[in-house]
Write a protein that binds this ligand. Structure first.
Ligand code: NAD
Length: 267
């Protein structure tokens, strides 16, 4: 049995993670954290997540959470993740980071701190998407020279970062597999008389609408045919289940920074 802290406890992902932690006989919810001004602070985390009272009150300050935890699962925002990671390092906790949109200096600091503990950092914790990561590179190696590569990601209207972390990961995989520099070949917007598509560019397009959980398409467009890899998440439970699986896995590993591919044995 491992003790789990959940940061972002009242969020869309946080609530589903609390469900999964509660359901799994190998995990116990030890603490739940929200931003200090969130209306759920002071409420029972289980009630907020819809599983009934668990006797764990949502805290507005991570410093006040239980010392018996083994691992912190964080699905918040880049700034909050960095703060929570510093806490995990100070307490020698394992950590699972699902937050996306971490970039630049923040990403460099997160990656460096994460190596001091046992940490899984992954933009997508679903089994299907991780298999897609694996095969997209393979297809790009086979077709990438002759086929145009485009990515489309579709999410709900409340998502804050774009393109999604998953789309950016896919773009890096395609670029690496075809020996291209994503900084140079990534195209995120097209409008006006832009001329013919270059053979090297990798298009990454974003749609935002309604309550769509998440969809990713990688298209390899050739002459007379196209091949598409499509992943559609029907709800958030596959991400939440993956996060709990990562938490159970990471506490058994030596210190270091891991990816979901490591957790699922896909490397
Ligand atoms: P959300 O906005 O519903 O939830 C985020 C929660 O974090 C909010 O409740 C917010 O109040 C809370 N928060 C903000 N600052 C905090 C702090 N300092 N301490 C504690 N809590 C804080 O968003 P969401 O849909 O749950 O997604 C959260 C993140 O997870 C996003 O970056 C999203 O892209 C990512 N995500 C990742 C995966 C994956 O598989 N890796 C899947 C879905 C979403």
């Amino acid at each position: 049995m491992i003790g789990v802290l959940v940061a972002g406890a009242a969020g869309r992902m946080g609530q589903r993670i609390i469900h999964m932690v509660n359901e799994n006989p190998e995990t116990e919810l030890i603490g739940a954290i929200e931003r200090p001004d969130h209306p759920s602070v002071g409420q029972d985390a289980g009630v907020v997540a819809g599983v009934g009272a668990l006797g764990v009150v949502i805290a507005g300050d991570i410093q006040s959470t239980g010392d018996q935890a083994d691992v912190l699962i964080d699905f918040t925002s880049p700034e909050a993740t960095l703060k929570n990671l510093r806490f995990a390092v100070s307490k020698r906790l394992g950590m699972v980071i699902g937050t996306t949109g971490i970039a630049g200096d923040t990403l460099r600091e997160v990656e460096s701190l994460a190596r001091e503990i046992r940490c899984v950092l992954a933009p997508n914790m679903s089994m299907g998407v991780n298999v897609m990561f694996k095969i997209a590179g393979e297809v790009a190696r086979i077709l990438g020279k002759d086929y145009d590569m485009e990515i489309l990601e579709v999410h709900h209207r409340l998502k804050k970062d774009a393109p999604s972390g998953t789309a950016m990961r896919l773009a890096r995989i395609l670029a690496d597999a075809s020996n291209r520099d994503l900084e140079k070949v990534g195209v995120y917007q097209r409008k006006g008389m832009i001329g013919e598509r270059t053979r090297e560019e990798i298009g990454i397009q974003t749609w935002r609408a309604g309550d769509i959980t998440g969809e990713h398409t990688v298209m390899f467009g050739g002459i007379g045919e196209r091949l598409e890899l499509i992943h559609r998440a029907h709800n958030r439970d596959n991400f939440a289940r993956g996060a709990v699986r990562a938490a159970l896995w990471v506490v058994q590993q030596p210190e270091g920074l891991y990816d979901m591919q490591d957790v699922l044995g896909l490397t």
